[in-house]
Structure formats: structure tokens, C-alpha cells
Design a binder for this molecule. Sequence first.
Ligand SMILES: [Zn+2]
Length: 292
Amino acid sequence: MKKCAFFCPSSIYVSEKVIKIGHFRRKSDSKVIQRYRCLHCKKSFSAATHSDLRGQNKRRCNTAVYRLVCSGVSQRRAAILLNINKITVVRKFRFMANKLGANGLLTKCTLPPEKVREIQFDHMETFEHTKLKPISILVVVDKTTRKILAAKACSSPAKGLLVEKSIKKYGKRQDDRMQVMKEAFREIAKVYPYIEKIESDKSPLYPQVIRDHFPTAKYKQYKGRRGCVTGQGELKSGGYDPLFSLNQTCAMFRANMNRLFRRSWCTTKKCADLNIHLSLYGHYHNSVLTKV
Ligand SMILES: [Zn+2]
């Protein structure tokens, strides 16, 4: 029995006081929608009144936008391909992230916690707006299935030759890498309590954080082959790669998110949107690309 959509007393006690009062054809997807009236509060409503898609004129494009931006298409090109406004694309991009629950710290993953025994992690480098404002992306993957457990971007200070220029132009840049790692590993340790082995490359930042959050796990660092950071050759052959799962996944991020392409004129304008994009891609990667 239909209940009043306006939470008037009838919606709690007398549900039979709602009657059908005809229907209409929704313009945006040609669906027939039933209208109702509550005889208690006299208000009318439809079957779609409380839908999370309410008010969307291009509702047919939601999934398409999601698939395209996770397949290396830029937001602007997605707008052209779908024949919709580029602002609509941005809106759908954020809407889908919310709808799929892809906005938490961890990436959505249906892997049962007891299956996650070995993980690998690293930082991937990119920038917002200019190379003088670098961003580090913490990527954590499950070694066996290559599913993404977490992918989170944060600001990091400029390195090498750019240090001086960066400070002069934009001031001292905040370094949030430690903070993000702590938060992410705290969550991961909570959600995946059976982790026995952790692998990463060599960085003085890592051992302490790992010891703090995974006191019983075995931790191993590998040197060299920093495939994820700079250079063109993340998947170049080079013999056995102990961090294969990780490097493979980083390469997939780079291949499927336009703003992370090696040569791209698309850049990140806001770190927050990069994070939304990362979790959207993570969702797509886990549910579609690495489906078993
Ligand atoms: Zn009512």
C-alpha cells in the first residue's frame, strides 16, 4: 500500500488514505509515472517524488558519463560525445560518485575481508594546475586480485629543480602525505584485519607508519624500479617485478583517467575532484575491469 510522501500522520497510521490520481509521461526518459494524493493532508505526489534522480533532465547519461570518464575520456569530450553541456557532465560525475558510495576514504571493494592477506602500496605523482604544485596519490592494492583498496590524493612539496621556483611563486606547499597514509592505513587495518604481508618500494616515510598500524604484519621494501613515478616505462620489460600488482594498477590509473595520462593537456584543477575521479575509477576498476 502506498504511503503519503510527506510524512504526515497518515503515513504512520492510516496508509489507505492515499489514492491514485492519474499519471504522466516523464519527458526525460518517456517513463509513465503514477501520481497519488493523500486524502489526509490533501497533498499530491508521484512515484518519483523522492527519487535521487529527481530533477535530472539528462538521466539517461548518468552511467554513460561514469563509464566514459573511467575509460580515458575527458569530461569535455564526454560532453561532446553525449551531446550534453559540460557542466552537466561535471554534475553527473559528482552525482555518480555519491550514488555509488565512491566518496569515502577507502575504495569500494566487494572482496571479503578474510581474502585480503597481502597488500602493496606506493605514491603516484601528478600535479594540480601546474607542476609547481605536485600531488601525491597513495595507492593501495590487494596483491592477488589487483583490486584497489584505497586511492587518495593529497598535496606534496615540489621536488628537485622545481623547489625554489615553487616556493617563490606559491609559498611553502603543505605536505599531507603522512596524514593521508595514517588515515588510510587506520581504515584499512580496521576493514581488512587479516593482512599478513605488506610490500612497497624503499622510502624512509613508510616503515614507521606500517609498524604503527600493522604491528604483526611482515613488511618488505624493494628498491629501484620506481615505475609509478616518472618516466615513460612503467610496463617496460625488465625481468621479474616484485611489485607487479601495484605497478600494473598504477599503469591502469594512468591509462584510464585522462588527467593522469603521460601527455595530456587535461590537468587537475582541484584536488577534491581528483579524489572523486580516483574513487569513481576505483569503483569501475574493482567492479568491471577486474571482475572474476
Ligand atoms: Zn499526507
